[in-house]
Design a protein around this ligand. Structure first.
Ligand code: SF4
Length: 283
């Protein structure tokens, strides 16, 4: 049976509310509109640090605009607990290297899966460095993104990052006798599509703490399964975006998604007999 991630997260948060427990969470943020609902929902329980890591955003001006909107939102939104913002490196070459051969893949396809994985992996590494209790992502808010896929990736990544950190520790103490390249081979970067498909087939993600929702290991940087779009989350993010006058982009982030959106808009406009060049918000 499938897990209702939204309900499971509600149970965990209620257990922590009852015990006045406030776990720390490094929450990967893709943009201000998606973060608006997520922080309003999470901030009475978690000590949140938003992590803006998005090398998939091709243009620097777009990247800067999305980041400044996020910083403005956090400053203006009254929240029960303080939310911090950290930024990761912006390196679109890394994204293009990853996307090589998948330029034509449709949204939600192989390129997107690698793109989620790339951002989750970095978030997991930073969470381990910071020693946060959990890491997660706002990506599950979008109705265009499959939360099962994102949560399965999050759990694979958390497991790999923990093993990698363990290997680093062993390297430092010199007890495993492995070279760095051997380690890299053993702990490769980016989740492969085969690993994801195996995880989805096993259908075992999100089950670790169902029996005891309040249980967690402090500082372990475990992945927090979410499905923020449920329970009216996506609709609420639109209302909050209006309330704070947030910039809502009409494409996901990379050059390919922008081109796809422009093409769709042009097709729609020409079907309706409009002059090309007009755009409408669809994302
Ligand atoms: S469409 Fe979005 S998720 Fe997919 S590769 Fe581009 S930026 Fe990443």
């Amino acid at each position: 049976m499938d897990v209702n991630f939204q309900k499971e997260l509600d149970k965990k948060m209620n257990a922590w509310r009852d015990g006045d427990v406030h776990p720390s969470l490094l929450l990967h943020s893709c943009c201000a509109p998606c973060s608006s609902y997520c922080i309003s929902y999470l901030a009475d329980v978690f000590d949140i640090t938003l992590y803006f890591y998005n090398p998939n955003i091709t243009e620097k001006s777009e990247y800067d605009h999305r980041l400044s909107e996020l910083l403005r939102l956090v400053k203006e939104m009254p929240l029960p607990r303080k939310v911090n913002v950290e930024t990761g490196p912006w390196d679109p070459d890394l994204f293009f290297e990853m996307a090589k051969g998948y330029e034509e893949a449709p949204e939600r396809g192989a390129r997107c899966i690698m793109c989620y994985s790339m951002r989750l992996e970095d978030t997991a590494r930073v969470a381990l460095d910071m020693g946060t209790d959990f890491f997660g992502t706002t990506l599950t808010l979008s109705p265009l993104k499959n939360s099962n896929v994102i949560n399965a990736l999050g759990e694979i990544v958390a497991d790999k990052a923990a093993r990698s950190a363990e290997a680093e520790k062993l390297k430092m103490t010199g007890t495993d006798g492995m070279t760095v390249s051997e380690k890299k081979e053993e702990y490769p970067s980016f989740v492969t599509l085969a690993e994801l498909s195996e995880k989805l087939k096993a259908n075992d993600w999100g089950r670790a703490d169902i029996k005891d929702p309040g249980k967690y290991v402090p500082g372990a940087a475990a992945y927090l399964d979410t499905d923020f779009k449920k329970n009216g989350g996506y609709q609420r993010s639109i209302e909050l975006s209006r309330e704070y006058g947030l910039y809502r982009q009409n494409y996901c982030g990379c050059l390919f998604s922008r081109m796809q959106r422009e093409k769709e808009t042009e097709n729609r406009n020409s079907e309706r007999g409009y002059a090309s060049g007009k755009t409408s918000k669809v994302f």
